[in-house]
Design a protein around this ligand. Structure first.
Ligand code: BGC
Length: 704
């Protein structure tokens, strides 16, 4: 049956707000000086049962033209305006002339917590400028398969990296007065028929990997809202899963904010009520008033339970001051130029140089006369993946071609070739081939590039010995079959409005590449942890976005690899990936020395780890140092090593610095299925410090 979308209701007017202020003069809910809990309780106490029931769903959805992604109900009688929502992680889609930031996967490749904060601050300011005080992001589902159409919106394969970057991002969004909504909760790691996809996964794997970044978002960043996901988890749809929403999120992690559903993702009124989810989005279907009333009448819930749900919606809204003044702050539009600079910085820090044979890069301006570009993405650069997260990059958008032209300067000819004439390819001193695939929410893409792209690559590489490949994707791709044909390979992810500028600067050595892979890239899917338990057999993945909301029979995705995803898998199985997690080249070199571990006299920490990093090469550069821990004596199997610390260290040539990490008890812990709790077992641990998960430079042991 076709769904009817309700019309957009009018917002509470200024007069109605004034009227409520008079009628309810002195009421705690209107008084910013009163504690949030008192205000919430007072407001809920004044709402009628009908108002409460209505409050448990959004108003509508109107996206063509884009008018409403989501909003809470207005209550004119009480002077309560709508609280408006906007997608998402990469920028405030609903804000006029919003900046589109480089992908979240770019941020992951920077390993930069400070930049994560600035990214969040910028997005938060753009939301607030136009009155969107609920951001429908960030997305933090872990990278499990390269095919997932939303990998670009997420932070890669590792829970520690994801958690440590999303915490500052959320803090910054919320410091800007905007409620962050961590999503998609949970175990939503592929998009292929996501509404029919049942993630079958054991609790330890969930706790140690997939849930861990959400826990950090809630407990360490104080994230005020969460959005459930489309998929089922062990047979139960995420939003209807009481274990997930109430037992874990609320009771265990102490979350008392808003839990909303993803758009059109729920089915059963009784289960949805029982799960502890507060708000159906984008409008009432499962939480249709008649259905909620029926549950009240049958006594499966009582009004006090609805009060709790409504309080969870209002708590962040009142806590963030949304009742205490205009929701928009147009003066913040003055911050856009700073945001452009943040976009550029993410662009600079996120480029990952994966291959640089014979030191082709950096290109020397006086030795290169002509650069030829191939592949449509050079000129029609895709700014981000598609779906809820993507939007028009707007004014000031820089393409890769423009970036290279700008960095090349006057004396160097830069040409783009839609045709593949051998003579033109040969004539150039350097050829650059741009490769991408369609990545979009609600689709998973192929692992291999399409035939046209590969034909371009082969033809160019056959005719020009100095060929560079530039890949724009949110995840890994098949490159093993052609990597030997190119001299250099750059992973560029997605540039957003301003990020592409960095590519030219990096190719010419104005900056040294410093990004590292937040994912492992396999040679072949057969080598990877998900092989044989990702898609139903015989599935053919599309190359273009097929449209929304198609139906499929329910199918299981068995997370049989358990904890052994990504580098954990390659370590345990002793398989060589094409490029390991944490890998990326620089124009300089770094020496690691002097590892010291101490366990005494530490205020609460389990160990202090320090070492010396030296820039031993010819130019300034930034190294992403990584610290992994291996539990050498454990009563149950653990992955061979796990990332527990990382940092970016910028050094001038010859400069040295002491780098220090502290490991907490939690860093040494595992989720013990026997006790259903985190356990740090006494025994031996090995510390591994290195430049990637496969390039360990220093190691030593300590007892705990
Ligand atoms: C996406 C969410 C998004 C929502 C609203 C859904 O399709 O999964 O991430 O926030 O739409 O646009």
């Amino acid at each position: 049956m076709a769904r009817e979308w309700p019309p957009v209701p009018p917002d509470t007017t200024a007069e109605q707000m004034e009227q409520a202020r008079t009628t309810f003069a002195g009421a705690p809910y209107l008084d910013p000086a009163k504690p949030v809990e008192e205000r919430v309780a007072d407001l809920v106490g004044r709402m009628t049962l009908d108002e409460k029931i209505a409050y448990m769903a959004g108003t509508t959805f109107k996206i063509e033209p884009l008018e409403v992604i989501g909003e809470t109900q207005p209550i004119p009688r009480l002077g309560i305006p709508k609280f408006k929502m906007t997608d998402a992680t990469l920028g405030s889609k609903m804000t006029r002339d919003a900046t589109l930031f480089p992908g979240f996967i770019n941020l992951a490749a920077t390993f930069d917590r400070d930049l994560a904060y600035r990214y969040g601050k910028s997005v938060g300011e753009e939301c607030r400028a136009d009155g969107y005080r609920i951001l429908l992001g960030p997305g933090i589902n872990l990278y499990r398969v390269p095919n997932c159409g939303r990998n670009f919106e997420y932070l890669g394969e590792d829970p520690c990296l994801t958690a440590q970057l999303v915490v500052p991002y959320i803090k910054a969004v919320q410091a800007a007065g905007v409620i962050a909504t961590v999503k998609h909760f949970a175990i939503n790691n592929s998009e292929y028929f996501r509404k029919s996809s049942n993630s079958v996964v054991d609790e330890r794997t969930m706790r140690e990997l997939y849930l861990e970044p959400f826990r950090a978002a809630v407990q360490e960043a104080g994230c005020a809202a969460a959005m459930t996901s489309y998929n089922l988890i062990n047979g139960e749809w995420a939003a209807e899963n009481r274990w997930l929403v109430t037992d874990v999120l609320r009771n265990e992690w102490g979350f008392n904010g808003l839990v909303m559903t993803d758009w059109f993702s729920v089915y059963h009124t009784r289960k949805l009520l029982a799960s502890g989810t507060d708000l159906e989005m984008p409008f009432a279907e499962v939480f249709a008033p008649a259905k909620i009333r029926a549950e009240l009448e049958q006594g499966t819930i009582d009004e006090a339970y609805l009060d709790e749900r409504v309080a969870c919606i209002l708590r962040p809204c009142i806590g963030f001051g949304l009742l205490d003044g205009p929701q928009a702050d147009p003066a913040l539009r003055a911050t856009w130029s700073e945001h452009a600079e943040i976009g550029r910085r993410i662009g600079r820090e996120s480029l990952v140089l994966l291959k640089n044979q014979d030191r082709l890069l950096p290109l020397k301006r006086d030795a290169v006369g002509h650069i030829a570009l191939f592949g449509k993405n050079a000129v029609q650069t895709i700014a981000s993946g598609g779906g809820a997260a993507g939007f028009d990059p707007g004014k000031g958008f820089v393409t890769y071609e423009q970036s290279i032209r700008q960095a090349a300067g006057e004396g160097i000819e830069v040409t783009y070739h839609p045709q593949l004439h051998a003579a033109a390819i040969r004539k150039a001193d350097v050829a650059i081939v741009f490769l991408t695939m369609v990545e979009h929410e609600q689709m998973d893409r192929n692992f291999a590039f399409d035939e046209d792209s590969l034909y371009t690559l082969h033809r160019v590489a056959q005719n020009n010995p100095h060929t560079i490949a530039v890949v724009s994707l949110g995840g890994g791709a098949e490159m093993a079959s052609w990597i030997d044909e190119v001299e250099a390979l750059v992973y560029a992810w997605y540039p957003g409005t301003h990020g592409a500028e960095a590519l030219g600067q990096m190719l010419f050595g104005d900056i040294s590449p410093s990004g590292k892979l937040p994912i492992s890239i396999e040679k072949r899917p057969e080598d990877a942890h998900y092989w044989g338990h990702y898609l139903p057999e015989g599935t053919i993945l599309p190359r273009t976005f097929q449209g929304w909301d198609s139906a499929h029979d329910r199918f299981d995705v068995h997370y049989r690899e358990g904890l052994l995803t990504g580098y954990r898998w390659y370590d345990a199985r002793e398989i060589e990936p094409l490029f390991p997690f944490g890998f990326g080249l620089s124009y300089t070199t770094f020496d690691y020395s002097g590892l010291e571990i101490s366990t005494d006299g530490l205020d609460g920490a389990a160990a202090r780890v320090s070492f010396t990093l030296e820039n031993s090469g010819p130019v300034a550069g930034t190294e992403i140092v990584q610290l992994y821990v291996h539990d050498t004596e454990c009563s149950i199997p653990r992955p061979p090593k796990e990332l527990k610390g990382f940092g970016r260290v910028s050094l001038a040539p010859g400069e040295k610095r002491t780098v220090e990490f502290f490991l907490s008890n939690r860093d040494l812990s595992f989720w013990n299925p026997a006790t259903r709790a985190w356990t740090a077992e006494q025994g031996g641990f090995e510390v591994l410090v290195g430049a990637s998960s496969r390039d360990i430079r220093l190691r030593d042991r300590f007892g705990f």
